[in-house]
Ligand binder design. Structure first.
Ligand SMILES: Cc1cc2nc3c(=O)[nH]c(=O)nc-3n(C[C@H](O)[C@H](O)[C@H](O)COP(=O)(O)OP(=O)(O)OC[C@H]3O[C@@H](n4cnc5c(N)ncnc54)[C@H](O)[C@@H]3O)c2cc1C
Length: 243
């Protein structure tokens, strides 16, 4: 049994696109049908491999956007000068096939533990945190949870109506553009914002920080400065310069 699950994770398998959902002007959720999927936990990711007719292939990692027990889904943010993401967001159609392997990752996982959970997302870093919130909803968990989501503008917020419907506190901070009358936070997540939203270390919170590398490093450092033990600040870096 364990052998089968391990083989499933390490082996490339064919997946079929079941649905493509437009989340924002540049982000799409791709729901996949994967016949031999071994199941996943909230926070894990998978690898996608695309192979051109001339045999050239490219691999990228994507967080799993769906909760454990739901069909596998990923949400991809298109990078204008990117090699893989424009294909995934613009060209994929239901019925298309791609190769993937997973689930991958044993550290950046939320399994329903009772301690307060602070989720901090930069841009598409919200994807695995969304899987955690969906999981929390599905298991009817009473774990206190709070999401801080840094996006360029309100139009760039992925899953907005879903996030606002959980009854969980969601704190947006808009870095580049704010709508008229915006009374929420502006600019990058900084020490002042962290001080406002973070549970005190003596409440034994756990933090999950995900997004561009520079975002993750700044936020994780800020939480450690507030007294969070480094082991209670789990990080997932998507790469790139920041955002
Ligand atoms: C564990 C993990 C999980 C990930 N999950 C997701 C996810 O859920 N959704 C998602 O959209 N992406 C995710 N990524 C990022 C993804 O793997 C690709 O890096 C991204 O789609 C860009 O690939 P590309 O081929 O389009 O761009 P590339 O051709 O690889 O890069 C184009 C340019 O963009 C820069 N760049 C690369 N990545 C980023 C980034 N994240 N932000 C800003 N600039 C960048 C590069 O430095 C380069 O200049 C994840 C990465 C990791 C490691």
């Amino acid at each position: 049994m364990a052998g089968t699950a391990l083989r499933g994770r390490l082996t490339w398998q064919e997946a079929t696109v079941a649905e493509v959902i437009t989340e924002t002007a540049t982000a799409r959720t791709i729901e996949l049908s994967v016949p031999d999927w071994a199941g996943h936990k909230a926070g894990q990711h998978l690898d996608v491999r695309l192979t051109a007719e001339d045999g050239y292939s490219a691999e990228r990692s994507y967080s799993i956007a769906s909760a454990p027990g739901e069909p596998v889904a990923i949400t991809v943010q298109r990078l204008e000068d990117g090699e893989v993401s424009p294909y995934l967001t613009d060209d994929l159609r239901p019925g298309d096939e791609l190769e993937l392997r997973g689930p991958i990752g044993g550290y950046f996982i939320w399994d329903g533990e009772p301690e307060p959970v602070l989720l901090l997302a930069g841009g598409s870093g919200v994807v695995p945190l969304r899987a955690m919130l969906r999981h929390r909803q599905r298991i009817v968990s009473s774990t206190p949870a709070r999401l801080v989501y840094s996006a360029r503008s309100l139009a760039d917020v992925i899953y907005r109506s879903e996030l606002d419907g959980y009854g969980t506190e969601v704190i947006y901070t808009l870095t580049k553009q704010q709508p008229p009358g915006w009374t929420g936070h502006v600019g990058r997540v900084n020490a002042a914002l962290l001080g406002e939203v973070a549970w005190l270390p003596d409440q034994h919170p756990i933090a999950f920080v995900c997004g561009p590398t520079a975002f993750v490093e700044a936020v994780a450092e800020g939480l450690v400065m507030l007294g969070y033990p480094p082991g209670r600040v789990k990080t997932e870096r998507f790469g790139g310069a920041g955002g």
